[in-house]
Design a protein around this ligand. Sequence first.
Ligand code: FEO
Ligand code: CA
Ligand code: CA
Ligand code: CA
Length: 509
Amino acid sequence: DPTRLKPQTVAPFRPIEPTRADTMTLPAGYRFQVLAPWGETFTADGREIGFNHDFIGYFPADMLTGGQSATDALLTINHEYVNPLFVGGNTKERTPAQIKKEMESVGVSVVRVRKDGQTWKVIPDARNRRIDAMTKIELTGPVRGTAPVKGATVVSGSVGNCSGGQTPWGTLLTCEENVDGYTKAWPGSGYEAMHQGWVTEIDPFDADWMPKKRTAMGRFRHENAAVKVAQDGRVVVYMGDDMQDACIYKFVSRGKYNPANRAANRDLLAEGDLYVANFGNGTWILLDYDRNKKLQEAKDDAGKALFAGQAEVLADARASALAIGGTPVDRPEDIEIHPRTGEVYAALTNNSKHGNYFGHIIKFREDRDDLTAEKFLWEVFAYGGPQSGFASPDNLVFDPYGNLWMVTDNSDLGTNPIKEYHGNNAMFFFPTEGPDAGKAYRFAVGPIDAEMTGPVFSPDGKTLFLSVQHPGEDSESLDKLTSNFAAAQGSKVPRPTLVAIEGFPGWTA
Ligand code: FEO
Ligand code: CA
Ligand code: CA
Ligand code: CA
């Protein structure tokens, strides 16, 4: 029971300094292994692990019978995008073979892994599979079959898979973030931009269950999905729209979670209410065309109605949110719910438009600690910058003590001086209670040009899985590589991969 565990007030490791080393640098006593790198064959029919690993879901292999195995799991790995230099080649002429290779290299991998002694291994399993840009996915909810999606009920593929979330019934929510540009990159592929930009639910345990796009949760640059069951049994999901001056959202399911009925739970996210946060007065504003008059009255500059109905509202949730008082914030990246206090933490990564180069982490508390509440209070938890030592907070994860672990993403800051003093992207630890609450301790530094993403602990706290995304991304050519991280034997080409980090004492009650 995590509520009975005491929080740490100082870092349980000796913090490390910034570095530009082309490896995974860790405190004394910790070590890492490369697991499930890009290109590794892992299914019976020869499919390969995709590129640019992001969110990692940890589903204990015995989860559906109530188990919590810390040594045997189905992992889901998001593959956010490809770097054509490494995947298929970055020639100007784009051949059908190149495009096919790229379409096969994004999406999600479902991978059975097992800990054998001190070593994690990918093992054969009938459920090992790839969801890619060609997988058939069903549209559910109010936008299914409507004009904004050109009447579609089943669409092709999931792309831009950034962060995500896990549901209590053992499914993955994978979030489609940067989905623009694929029509141009993949000419002739039949790719429809409006079929992407949703939250897609995938059942790692059941390959026969067609993945579902949850249109009731809106269409925007979906970063993440932080899921928790509210006191009354409805399911609440917090989501960020990762764009400068975009909003934070909350979805509340119509139906209630039933621990004894997994089949029914798999339909819970099809219908519900979507809200946007107003940080000026601490309220959640309902994005419902029929129940919110402001949406019916919203007009463009020429005086034309902005929305025809709920399908149009959800298909352009950002415009809807801004039209009714949603507060634009500094690029909401990951959001997580504190396991002990129920407070919701959100990483606002940076916003060059406002000169916010370092970003900050905010937290908010729902009225009466009811996650379905329409009011909340908020404050800043930690500021990035030279004093705190971090910049551009991105993915977050809590351990069961309520300590916060965060990874940075300075990859789009160009020549900003923060990159020099900060070193490579890093992972930080923060106590959330006590005198050092909000103080950042550097735990890990990634290789050159990489961003670490998708942190998740095994249920016993002894392993931290991290994605190492885009090592060597700034390489000009295969002859001028900036990194060789996780290169295959006999090769110098860097590979995105998971790393399994060991050396943690594990949770102690
Ligand atoms: Fe894919 Fe907003 O990070
Ligand atoms: Ca991110
Ligand atoms: Ca997270
Ligand atoms: Ca980022």
